[in-house]
Ligand binder design. Sequence first.
Ligand code: NAD
Length: 471
Amino acid sequence: MVKICCIGAGYVGGPTMAMIAYKCSDVQVVVVDIAAARINAWNSDRLPIFEPGLDDVVKACRGKNLSFSTDVEAHVADSDIIFVSVNTPTKTRGLGAGKAADLTYWESAARMIADVSKSDKIVVEKSTVPVKTAEAIEKILTHNSKGINFQILSNPEFLAEGTAMDDLANPDRVLIGGRETPEGQRAIAALKAVYARWVPEDRILTMNLWSAELSKLAANAILAQRISSINAMSALCEATGADVSEVAYAVGKDSRIGSRFLNASVGFGGSCFQKDILSLVYICECHGLPEVAHYWKQVVQINDYQKTRFVNRVVSSMFNTVSGKKVAILGFAFKKDTGDTRETPAIDVCRGLLGDKAQLSIYDPQVTEDQIRRDLATGKFDWDHPQHLVPSSPTACKQVSVVWDAYSATAGAHGICIMTEWEEFKNLDYKKIYDGMEKPAFIFDGRNVVNVEELRKIGFIVYSVGKPLDP
Ligand code: NAD
Protein backbone atom coordinates (compact mmCIF):
# COMPACT_ATOMS: atom_id res chain seq x y z
CA MET A 1 0.00 0.00 0.00
CA VAL A 2 1.38 3.43 -0.98
CA LYS A 3 1.79 5.68 2.05
CA ILE A 4 1.36 9.40 1.49
CA CYS A 5 2.01 12.13 4.04
CA CYS A 6 1.23 15.81 3.50
CA ILE A 7 2.95 18.48 5.58
CA GLY A 8 0.51 21.40 5.95
CA ALA A 9 -3.20 20.94 6.65
CA GLY A 10 -4.39 24.23 5.15
CA TYR A 11 -6.64 25.29 2.27
CA VAL A 12 -4.57 23.18 -0.13
CA GLY A 13 -3.20 20.30 1.97
CA GLY A 14 -6.57 19.40 3.55
CA PRO A 15 -8.79 19.29 0.43
CA THR A 16 -6.17 17.80 -1.95
CA MET A 17 -5.32 14.97 0.41
CA ALA A 18 -9.00 14.32 1.16
CA MET A 19 -9.57 13.96 -2.59
CA ILE A 20 -6.62 11.56 -3.02
CA ALA A 21 -7.90 9.42 -0.13
CA TYR A 22 -11.43 9.50 -1.57
CA LYS A 23 -10.33 8.44 -5.05
CA CYS A 24 -7.67 5.90 -3.99
CA SER A 25 -9.02 3.56 -1.31
CA ASP A 26 -5.77 1.56 -1.37
CA VAL A 27 -3.58 4.58 -0.58
CA GLN A 28 -2.97 5.55 3.06
CA VAL A 29 -3.04 9.35 3.49
CA VAL A 30 -1.98 11.27 6.61
CA VAL A 31 -2.09 15.07 6.77
CA VAL A 32 0.21 16.56 9.41
CA ASP A 33 0.57 20.06 10.77
CA ILE A 34 2.32 21.82 13.64
CA ALA A 35 -0.88 23.80 14.32
CA ALA A 36 -2.69 21.60 16.86
CA ALA A 37 -5.91 23.64 16.71
CA ARG A 38 -6.13 23.10 12.95
CA ILE A 39 -5.56 19.35 13.28
CA ASN A 40 -8.15 19.13 16.06
CA ALA A 41 -10.64 20.87 13.80
CA TRP A 42 -9.89 18.44 10.92
CA ASN A 43 -10.65 15.62 13.38
CA SER A 44 -13.93 17.24 14.51
CA ASP A 45 -17.36 17.85 12.97
CA ARG A 46 -16.43 21.48 12.30
CA LEU A 47 -13.65 21.46 9.73
CA PRO A 48 -11.21 24.39 9.87
CA ILE A 49 -12.13 25.62 6.38
CA PHE A 50 -15.45 26.09 4.61
CA GLU A 51 -15.50 24.55 1.15
CA PRO A 52 -18.62 23.17 -0.57
CA GLY A 53 -18.52 19.34 -0.70
CA LEU A 54 -15.47 19.02 1.58
CA ASP A 55 -17.36 17.71 4.64
CA ASP A 56 -18.80 14.75 2.74
CA VAL A 57 -15.47 13.72 1.25
CA VAL A 58 -13.66 13.97 4.61
CA LYS A 59 -16.41 12.04 6.41
CA ALA A 60 -16.28 9.30 3.77
CA CYS A 61 -12.55 8.62 4.31
CA ARG A 62 -11.57 9.83 7.80
CA GLY A 63 -10.81 6.89 10.05
CA LYS A 64 -10.35 4.64 6.99
CA ASN A 65 -7.50 5.74 4.72
CA LEU A 66 -7.39 9.43 5.74
CA SER A 67 -6.15 10.81 9.05
CA PHE A 68 -4.95 14.12 10.49
CA SER A 69 -2.13 14.31 13.03
CA THR A 70 0.34 16.58 14.80
CA ASP A 71 2.88 13.75 14.93
CA VAL A 72 4.73 15.24 11.97
CA GLU A 73 8.06 13.41 12.22
CA ALA A 74 6.69 9.89 12.72
CA HIS A 75 4.38 10.11 9.72
CA VAL A 76 7.01 11.68 7.49
CA ALA A 77 9.45 8.88 8.39
CA ASP A 78 6.82 6.27 7.61
CA SER A 79 5.77 7.58 4.15
CA ASP A 80 6.81 6.88 0.55
CA ILE A 81 5.55 10.13 -0.94
CA ILE A 82 5.69 13.38 1.07
CA PHE A 83 3.71 16.35 -0.19
CA VAL A 84 4.80 19.69 1.22
CA SER A 85 1.92 22.16 1.27
CA VAL A 86 3.12 24.72 3.77
CA ASN A 87 2.47 28.44 3.39
CA THR A 88 4.85 30.51 1.23
CA PRO A 89 3.83 34.11 2.01
CA THR A 90 5.54 37.28 0.83
CA LYS A 91 8.68 38.08 2.87
CA THR A 92 8.09 41.01 5.18
CA ARG A 93 11.71 41.79 6.08
CA GLY A 94 15.27 41.39 4.86
CA LEU A 95 16.41 40.72 1.30
CA GLY A 96 13.50 40.80 -1.13
CA ALA A 97 11.04 42.04 1.53
CA GLY A 98 7.68 42.92 0.03
CA LYS A 99 8.17 40.74 -3.02
CA ALA A 100 10.13 37.52 -2.59
CA ALA A 101 8.38 34.37 -1.37
CA ASP A 102 9.26 33.48 2.21
CA LEU A 103 10.52 29.89 2.12
CA THR A 104 11.20 29.64 5.86
CA TYR A 105 8.43 27.07 6.41
CA TRP A 106 9.54 25.07 3.38
CA GLU A 107 13.14 25.03 4.48
CA SER A 108 12.29 23.88 7.98
CA ALA A 109 10.05 21.13 6.55
CA ALA A 110 12.88 20.01 4.23
CA ARG A 111 15.41 19.92 7.07
CA MET A 112 13.01 17.88 9.17
CA ILE A 113 12.39 15.43 6.29
CA ALA A 114 16.15 14.96 5.88
CA ASP A 115 16.54 14.47 9.61
CA VAL A 116 13.89 11.80 10.16
CA SER A 117 13.99 9.85 6.89
CA LYS A 118 15.42 6.32 7.02
CA SER A 119 14.31 5.21 3.55
CA ASP A 120 14.14 6.70 0.02
CA LYS A 121 11.41 9.32 -0.46
CA ILE A 122 9.62 11.24 -3.15
CA VAL A 123 9.20 14.84 -1.96
CA VAL A 124 6.49 16.77 -3.78
CA GLU A 125 6.31 20.57 -3.97
CA LYS A 126 2.61 21.24 -3.55
CA SER A 127 3.09 24.78 -2.26
CA THR A 128 3.59 27.51 -4.85
CA VAL A 129 7.33 28.24 -4.89
CA PRO A 130 9.74 30.33 -6.97
CA VAL A 131 11.23 28.64 -10.02
CA LYS A 132 14.45 26.79 -9.06
CA THR A 133 13.28 26.09 -5.49
CA ALA A 134 13.67 22.36 -6.11
CA GLU A 135 17.40 22.90 -6.59
CA ALA A 136 17.66 24.44 -3.11
CA ILE A 137 15.53 21.71 -1.57
CA GLU A 138 17.67 19.00 -3.16
CA LYS A 139 20.74 20.58 -1.57
CA ILE A 140 19.14 20.75 1.86
CA LEU A 141 17.93 17.16 1.68
CA THR A 142 21.10 15.57 0.32
CA HIS A 143 23.51 17.52 2.57
CA ASN A 144 21.54 16.66 5.71
CA SER A 145 20.96 12.93 5.25
CA LYS A 146 23.08 9.85 4.67
CA GLY A 147 22.66 7.61 1.65
CA ILE A 148 18.96 8.30 1.17
CA ASN A 149 17.68 9.01 -2.32
CA PHE A 150 15.29 11.94 -2.45
CA GLN A 151 13.47 12.69 -5.67
CA ILE A 152 11.91 16.14 -5.80
CA LEU A 153 8.82 16.64 -7.91
CA SER A 154 6.93 19.83 -8.65
CA ASN A 155 3.17 19.27 -8.57
CA PRO A 156 1.63 22.74 -8.19
CA GLU A 157 -2.00 23.03 -7.19
CA PHE A 158 -4.52 24.87 -9.33
CA LEU A 159 -7.65 24.59 -7.17
CA ALA A 160 -9.63 27.76 -6.56
CA GLU A 161 -11.16 28.30 -3.13
CA GLY A 162 -14.95 28.02 -3.22
CA THR A 163 -14.81 25.37 -5.98
CA ALA A 164 -11.89 23.35 -4.61
CA MET A 165 -13.61 19.98 -4.53
CA ASP A 166 -14.91 20.22 -8.10
CA ASP A 167 -11.53 21.48 -9.27
CA LEU A 168 -9.81 18.54 -7.58
CA ALA A 169 -12.28 15.97 -8.89
CA ASN A 170 -12.15 17.32 -12.47
CA PRO A 171 -8.89 19.20 -12.91
CA ASP A 172 -8.18 20.96 -16.23
CA ARG A 173 -4.69 19.51 -15.87
CA VAL A 174 -2.29 18.05 -13.32
CA LEU A 175 1.34 19.10 -13.70
CA ILE A 176 4.18 16.88 -12.60
CA GLY A 177 7.72 18.13 -13.08
CA GLY A 178 10.79 16.07 -12.27
CA ARG A 179 14.42 15.41 -13.09
CA GLU A 180 15.21 13.83 -16.45
CA THR A 181 17.28 11.06 -14.79
CA PRO A 182 15.93 7.47 -14.59
CA GLU A 183 15.21 8.00 -10.84
CA GLY A 184 13.40 11.25 -11.62
CA GLN A 185 11.29 9.57 -14.28
CA ARG A 186 10.43 6.70 -11.90
CA ALA A 187 9.29 9.24 -9.30
CA ILE A 188 7.12 11.00 -11.90
CA ALA A 189 5.57 7.64 -12.83
CA ALA A 190 4.80 6.86 -9.16
CA LEU A 191 2.97 10.16 -8.64
CA LYS A 192 1.26 9.90 -12.01
CA ALA A 193 -0.09 6.49 -10.98
CA VAL A 194 -1.85 8.12 -8.00
CA TYR A 195 -3.58 10.81 -10.10
CA ALA A 196 -4.32 8.37 -12.93
CA ARG A 197 -6.94 6.69 -10.69
CA TRP A 198 -9.35 9.48 -11.56
CA VAL A 199 -7.67 12.02 -13.87
CA PRO A 200 -7.67 11.17 -17.62
CA GLU A 201 -4.19 10.41 -18.94
CA ASP A 202 -4.17 13.33 -21.39
CA ARG A 203 -4.70 15.78 -18.53
CA ILE A 204 -1.62 14.67 -16.61
CA LEU A 205 1.22 16.74 -18.01
CA THR A 206 4.77 15.73 -17.20
CA MET A 207 7.66 18.13 -17.79
CA ASN A 208 10.94 19.37 -16.42
CA LEU A 209 11.03 20.70 -12.85
CA TRP A 210 11.55 24.34 -13.74
CA SER A 211 8.71 24.40 -16.27
CA ALA A 212 6.30 22.98 -13.69
CA GLU A 213 7.40 25.44 -10.99
CA LEU A 214 7.18 28.42 -13.34
CA SER A 215 3.85 27.32 -14.87
CA LYS A 216 2.06 27.88 -11.56
CA LEU A 217 3.39 31.44 -11.20
CA ALA A 218 2.66 32.09 -14.88
CA ALA A 219 -0.94 30.84 -14.60
CA ASN A 220 -1.70 33.02 -11.57
CA ALA A 221 -0.02 36.06 -13.11
CA ILE A 222 -1.98 35.70 -16.37
CA LEU A 223 -5.31 35.13 -14.57
CA ALA A 224 -4.74 38.20 -12.39
CA GLN A 225 -3.64 40.16 -15.45
CA ARG A 226 -7.03 39.52 -17.09
CA ILE A 227 -8.79 40.88 -14.02
CA SER A 228 -6.56 43.95 -13.90
CA SER A 229 -7.07 44.46 -17.63
CA ILE A 230 -10.87 44.51 -17.36
CA ASN A 231 -10.68 46.60 -14.17
CA ALA A 232 -8.51 49.14 -15.96
CA MET A 233 -11.20 49.24 -18.69
CA SER A 234 -13.88 49.74 -16.02
CA ALA A 235 -12.32 53.09 -15.06
CA LEU A 236 -12.46 54.20 -18.69
CA CYS A 237 -16.06 52.95 -18.98
CA GLU A 238 -17.10 55.11 -16.03
CA ALA A 239 -15.39 58.11 -17.60
CA THR A 240 -17.05 57.65 -20.99
CA GLY A 241 -20.47 56.08 -20.44
CA ALA A 242 -19.50 52.67 -21.82
CA ASP A 243 -20.73 49.65 -19.81
CA VAL A 244 -17.94 47.29 -18.77
CA SER A 245 -20.26 44.24 -18.85
CA GLU A 246 -21.07 44.94 -22.48
CA VAL A 247 -17.42 45.52 -23.30
CA ALA A 248 -16.39 42.30 -21.50
CA TYR A 249 -19.12 40.37 -23.32
CA ALA A 250 -18.02 41.72 -26.70
CA VAL A 251 -14.33 41.08 -26.00
CA GLY A 252 -14.94 37.63 -24.49
CA LYS A 253 -16.88 36.49 -27.56
CA ASP A 254 -13.57 36.53 -29.42
CA SER A 255 -12.59 32.87 -29.29
CA ARG A 256 -8.93 33.87 -28.99
CA ILE A 257 -9.76 35.64 -25.73
CA GLY A 258 -12.73 33.78 -24.16
CA SER A 259 -15.16 35.06 -21.55
CA ARG A 260 -13.84 33.75 -18.22
CA PHE A 261 -12.09 35.99 -15.67
CA LEU A 262 -13.37 39.14 -17.35
CA ASN A 263 -15.70 40.37 -14.59
CA ALA A 264 -14.92 43.87 -13.42
CA SER A 265 -14.89 44.28 -9.65
CA VAL A 266 -13.42 46.18 -6.74
CA GLY A 267 -10.28 44.08 -7.28
CA PHE A 268 -8.92 40.59 -6.82
CA GLY A 269 -8.00 39.16 -3.44
CA GLY A 270 -7.01 35.84 -1.94
CA SER A 271 -3.73 34.57 -0.64
CA CYS A 272 -2.21 33.76 -4.04
CA PHE A 273 -2.53 36.28 -6.87
CA GLN A 274 -0.72 39.21 -5.29
CA LYS A 275 1.95 37.16 -3.55
CA ASP A 276 2.67 35.04 -6.64
CA ILE A 277 2.95 38.06 -8.93
CA LEU A 278 5.26 39.79 -6.45
CA SER A 279 7.33 36.62 -6.31
CA LEU A 280 7.50 36.65 -10.12
CA VAL A 281 8.52 40.32 -10.06
CA TYR A 282 11.35 39.51 -7.66
CA ILE A 283 12.51 36.51 -9.70
CA CYS A 284 12.61 38.69 -12.84
CA GLU A 285 14.63 41.34 -11.00
CA CYS A 286 17.06 38.69 -9.74
CA HIS A 287 17.54 37.48 -13.31
CA GLY A 288 18.33 40.99 -14.56
CA LEU A 289 14.96 41.52 -16.26
CA PRO A 290 13.69 44.84 -14.82
CA GLU A 291 11.36 45.57 -17.77
CA VAL A 292 9.61 42.22 -17.36
CA ALA A 293 9.40 42.81 -13.59
CA HIS A 294 7.86 46.23 -14.21
CA TYR A 295 5.27 44.73 -16.58
CA TRP A 296 3.95 42.27 -13.96
CA LYS A 297 4.15 44.81 -11.14
CA GLN A 298 1.56 46.86 -13.00
CA VAL A 299 -0.99 44.06 -12.54
CA VAL A 300 -0.78 44.49 -8.76
CA GLN A 301 -0.69 48.27 -8.98
CA ILE A 302 -3.87 48.41 -11.07
CA ASN A 303 -5.50 46.17 -8.45
CA ASP A 304 -4.51 48.58 -5.67
CA TYR A 305 -5.72 51.50 -7.78
CA GLN A 306 -9.10 49.81 -8.27
CA LYS A 307 -9.61 49.51 -4.50
CA THR A 308 -8.58 53.14 -3.93
CA ARG A 309 -10.87 54.25 -6.75
CA PHE A 310 -13.77 52.41 -5.11
CA VAL A 311 -13.20 54.08 -1.73
CA ASN A 312 -12.90 57.48 -3.40
CA ARG A 313 -16.14 56.87 -5.27
CA VAL A 314 -17.97 55.98 -2.04
CA VAL A 315 -16.71 59.04 -0.19
CA SER A 316 -17.16 61.50 -3.06
CA SER A 317 -20.70 60.23 -3.80
CA MET A 318 -21.71 60.62 -0.16
CA PHE A 319 -21.08 64.38 -0.33
CA ASN A 320 -17.33 64.08 0.17
CA THR A 321 -17.42 62.68 3.68
CA VAL A 322 -18.51 59.53 5.45
CA SER A 323 -17.50 60.85 8.86
CA GLY A 324 -19.98 59.59 11.46
CA LYS A 325 -22.13 57.95 8.78
CA LYS A 326 -23.09 54.30 9.08
CA VAL A 327 -21.92 52.28 6.07
CA ALA A 328 -22.96 48.63 5.74
CA ILE A 329 -20.30 46.26 4.39
CA LEU A 330 -21.95 43.22 2.84
CA GLY A 331 -19.40 40.45 2.47
CA PHE A 332 -15.86 40.32 3.80
CA ALA A 333 -14.42 37.08 2.30
CA PHE A 334 -12.31 37.56 -0.83
CA LYS A 335 -14.88 35.64 -2.88
CA LYS A 336 -18.12 33.72 -2.37
CA ASP A 337 -18.26 30.19 -0.97
CA THR A 338 -15.21 30.60 1.22
CA GLY A 339 -14.54 32.07 4.64
CA ASP A 340 -11.00 33.03 3.62
CA THR A 341 -10.21 36.73 4.07
CA ARG A 342 -6.55 36.75 3.08
CA GLU A 343 -5.88 39.85 0.93
CA THR A 344 -9.61 40.44 0.56
CA PRO A 345 -10.33 43.87 -1.02
CA ALA A 346 -12.82 44.37 1.83
CA ILE A 347 -9.89 45.02 4.17
CA ASP A 348 -8.56 47.94 2.10
CA VAL A 349 -12.02 49.35 1.48
CA CYS A 350 -12.91 49.20 5.20
CA ARG A 351 -9.57 50.78 6.11
CA GLY A 352 -10.17 53.57 3.62
CA LEU A 353 -13.65 54.28 4.99
CA LEU A 354 -12.46 54.05 8.60
CA GLY A 355 -9.78 56.56 7.69
CA ASP A 356 -12.58 58.97 6.80
CA LYS A 357 -14.24 58.12 10.16
CA ALA A 358 -17.18 56.05 8.88
CA GLN A 359 -19.10 53.78 11.26
CA LEU A 360 -18.99 50.33 9.67
CA SER A 361 -21.51 47.54 10.16
CA ILE A 362 -20.09 44.38 8.61
CA TYR A 363 -21.85 41.15 7.69
CA ASP A 364 -20.43 38.04 6.00
CA PRO A 365 -22.15 34.64 6.20
CA GLN A 366 -18.86 32.74 6.68
CA VAL A 367 -16.41 35.07 8.38
CA THR A 368 -16.27 35.36 12.16
CA GLU A 369 -16.19 38.63 14.09
CA ASP A 370 -12.77 37.69 15.51
CA GLN A 371 -11.35 37.25 12.03
CA ILE A 372 -12.75 40.57 10.79
CA ARG A 373 -11.38 42.45 13.80
CA ARG A 374 -7.99 40.77 13.43
CA ASP A 375 -7.83 41.68 9.74
CA LEU A 376 -8.72 45.32 10.37
CA ALA A 377 -6.37 45.67 13.33
CA THR A 378 -3.31 44.35 11.52
CA GLY A 379 -1.18 46.99 9.89
CA LYS A 380 -1.21 47.19 6.12
CA PHE A 381 2.01 46.15 4.45
CA ASP A 382 3.30 48.65 1.90
CA TRP A 383 5.27 46.53 -0.55
CA ASP A 384 7.02 49.49 -2.17
CA HIS A 385 8.27 50.65 1.24
CA PRO A 386 8.70 47.41 3.15
CA GLN A 387 10.15 49.19 6.13
CA HIS A 388 6.79 50.91 6.67
CA LEU A 389 3.99 48.86 8.15
CA VAL A 390 1.13 51.33 7.92
CA PRO A 391 -0.62 50.93 11.27
CA SER A 392 -4.39 50.85 11.39
CA SER A 393 -6.12 53.53 13.43
CA PRO A 394 -6.21 52.72 17.16
CA THR A 395 -9.82 53.91 17.32
CA ALA A 396 -10.86 51.74 14.37
CA CYS A 397 -12.32 48.98 16.53
CA LYS A 398 -14.82 51.41 18.05
CA GLN A 399 -16.01 52.33 14.56
CA VAL A 400 -16.78 48.72 13.61
CA SER A 401 -19.67 46.44 14.49
CA VAL A 402 -20.03 42.92 13.12
CA VAL A 403 -23.56 41.61 12.74
CA TRP A 404 -25.17 38.36 11.64
CA ASP A 405 -27.52 39.36 8.84
CA ALA A 406 -27.72 41.84 6.00
CA TYR A 407 -30.85 43.56 7.37
CA SER A 408 -29.22 44.47 10.71
CA ALA A 409 -26.12 45.63 8.86
CA THR A 410 -28.08 48.01 6.65
CA ALA A 411 -30.63 49.35 9.19
CA GLY A 412 -30.08 53.09 9.60
CA ALA A 413 -27.16 53.09 7.14
CA HIS A 414 -26.44 55.88 4.69
CA GLY A 415 -24.73 53.55 2.25
CA ILE A 416 -24.08 49.89 1.44
CA CYS A 417 -20.87 48.47 -0.03
CA ILE A 418 -21.12 44.99 -1.53
CA MET A 419 -17.70 43.40 -1.19
CA THR A 420 -18.35 39.69 -1.87
CA GLU A 421 -20.60 38.13 -4.53
CA TRP A 422 -22.54 35.88 -2.10
CA GLU A 423 -25.72 34.61 -3.79
CA GLU A 424 -27.89 35.91 -0.94
CA PHE A 425 -26.95 39.52 -1.79
CA LYS A 426 -28.69 39.14 -5.16
CA ASN A 427 -31.97 38.18 -3.52
CA LEU A 428 -32.30 40.52 -0.54
CA ASP A 429 -35.55 42.44 -0.02
CA TYR A 430 -34.05 45.74 -1.16
CA LYS A 431 -37.35 47.62 -0.74
CA LYS A 432 -37.33 46.71 2.96
CA ILE A 433 -33.65 47.66 3.19
CA TYR A 434 -34.29 51.01 1.47
CA ASP A 435 -37.13 51.84 3.86
CA GLY A 436 -34.82 51.25 6.84
CA MET A 437 -31.96 53.44 5.56
CA GLU A 438 -31.12 57.14 5.80
CA LYS A 439 -31.87 59.06 2.60
CA PRO A 440 -30.51 59.46 0.06
CA ALA A 441 -29.63 55.76 0.26
CA PHE A 442 -26.54 54.65 -1.66
CA ILE A 443 -25.43 51.23 -2.91
CA PHE A 444 -21.86 50.71 -4.09
CA ASP A 445 -21.68 47.32 -5.75
CA GLY A 446 -18.07 46.15 -5.83
CA ARG A 447 -19.01 42.85 -7.47
CA ASN A 448 -21.69 43.91 -9.93
CA VAL A 449 -24.28 41.50 -8.52
CA VAL A 450 -27.35 43.70 -8.00
CA ASN A 451 -29.94 44.68 -10.59
CA VAL A 452 -29.11 48.35 -11.04
CA GLU A 453 -32.37 49.32 -12.79
CA GLU A 454 -34.58 47.73 -10.13
CA LEU A 455 -32.67 49.36 -7.30
CA ARG A 456 -32.83 52.76 -8.97
CA LYS A 457 -36.59 52.32 -9.32
CA ILE A 458 -36.81 51.71 -5.55
CA GLY A 459 -34.97 54.99 -4.98
CA PHE A 460 -31.37 53.96 -4.35
CA ILE A 461 -28.46 55.87 -5.84
CA VAL A 462 -26.43 53.01 -7.31
CA TYR A 463 -22.77 52.73 -8.28
CA SER A 464 -21.63 49.55 -10.05
CA VAL A 465 -18.03 49.12 -11.14
CA GLY A 466 -17.58 50.17 -14.78
CA LYS A 467 -21.28 50.96 -15.34
CA PRO A 468 -22.82 54.23 -16.43
CA LEU A 469 -23.25 56.43 -13.36
CA ASP A 470 -26.59 57.44 -11.85
CA PRO A 471 -28.11 60.12 -14.03
P1 NAD B 1 -2.33 27.63 4.74
O1 NAD B 1 -1.68 28.73 5.47
O2 NAD B 1 -3.82 27.48 4.79
O3 NAD B 1 -1.73 26.21 5.23
C1 NAD B 1 -0.38 25.97 5.43
C2 NAD B 1 -0.24 25.07 6.65
O4 NAD B 1 1.12 24.64 6.75
C3 NAD B 1 -0.57 25.76 7.98
O5 NAD B 1 -1.61 25.07 8.63
C4 NAD B 1 0.75 25.69 8.77
O6 NAD B 1 0.55 25.49 10.16
C5 NAD B 1 1.42 24.49 8.13
N1 NAD B 1 2.86 24.45 8.34
C6 NAD B 1 3.77 25.44 8.12
N2 NAD B 1 5.00 25.00 8.40
C7 NAD B 1 4.89 23.71 8.81
C8 NAD B 1 5.82 22.72 9.22
N3 NAD B 1 7.13 22.97 9.24
N4 NAD B 1 5.36 21.50 9.58
C9 NAD B 1 4.03 21.24 9.54
N5 NAD B 1 3.09 22.14 9.15
C10 NAD B 1 3.52 23.37 8.77
O7 NAD B 1 -1.85 27.74 3.23
P2 NAD B 1 -2.62 27.25 1.91
O8 NAD B 1 -3.63 28.26 1.48
O9 NAD B 1 -3.04 25.83 2.10
O10 NAD B 1 -1.43 27.33 0.85
C11 NAD B 1 -0.35 26.43 0.90
C12 NAD B 1 0.46 26.60 -0.37
O11 NAD B 1 -0.35 26.29 -1.52
C13 NAD B 1 0.97 28.03 -0.61
O12 NAD B 1 2.24 27.96 -1.21
C14 NAD B 1 -0.03 28.60 -1.59
O13 NAD B 1 0.53 29.61 -2.39
C15 NAD B 1 -0.37 27.39 -2.42
N6 NAD B 1 -1.70 27.44 -3.05
C16 NAD B 1 -2.78 27.94 -2.37
C17 NAD B 1 -4.03 27.93 -2.98
C18 NAD B 1 -5.24 28.48 -2.25
O14 NAD B 1 -6.26 28.70 -2.90
N7 NAD B 1 -5.18 28.70 -0.95
C19 NAD B 1 -4.19 27.41 -4.27
C20 NAD B 1 -3.08 26.89 -4.92
C21 NAD B 1 -1.83 26.89 -4.31
